[in-house]
Design a protein. Structure first.
Length: 157
């Protein structure tokens, strides 16, 4: 039996403006997909001391909109986007943009792969234009996935 690796990894690809992060979680792909596509996000989409997601809303269907808000470095923030592909429990793709910016939206692709004892969750976050944002976004995915791997296996459902 394969041992679940509960510590997330995140790598920034400087040239492509891409972050790839992954974690193994001792829950089924269906359960992990639920954590990605419901207000449960506020429990794990965090980077302590950097950003704290406090609200999430989403119409999880192709063309449906989502939004999240919270506090980042002491100031309010709001993110929004559109679901581009919804294939439960294998794949979820959405655009991602900070409200109030003229930046082109980046794209999040969540891939869920069944493994012995659980699910390997990988996110590919592409289109991060500003090089100075890549390390912060990378650290954010790592801390969020670490949090998800801590709380999800202890919850029922």
């Amino acid at each position: 039996m394969t041992e679940i690796k509960t510590h997330a990894r995140a790598v920034a690809e400087v040239i492509e403006g891409c972050i790839v992060a992954s974690v193994e979680i001792a829950r089924t792909p269906d359960r992990v997909f639920q954590a990605l596509s419901t207000p449960e996000i506020v429990d794990w989409w965090v980077n302590p001391g950097v950003f704290d997601t406090r609200e999430w809303k989403g119409d999880v269907r192709v063309g449906g909109r989502w939004s999240a808000s919270g506090i980042a470095r002491g100031a309010p923030y709001r993110l929004e986007g559109e679901f581009l592909e919804v294939d439960p429990p294998r794949k979820l793709v959405q655009s991602w943009q900070r409200l109030g910016t003229s930046d082109t939206p980046s794209i999040l692709t969540y891939l869920l792969e069944p493994i012995a004892g659980g699910t390997r969750l990988t996110v590919r976050h592409t289109g991060i234009v500003a090089p100075e944002q890549r390390s912060g976004v990378s650290a954010g995915w790592r801390s969020s996935f670490d949090r998800l791997s801590e709380i999800l296996p202890t919850r029922r459902g």
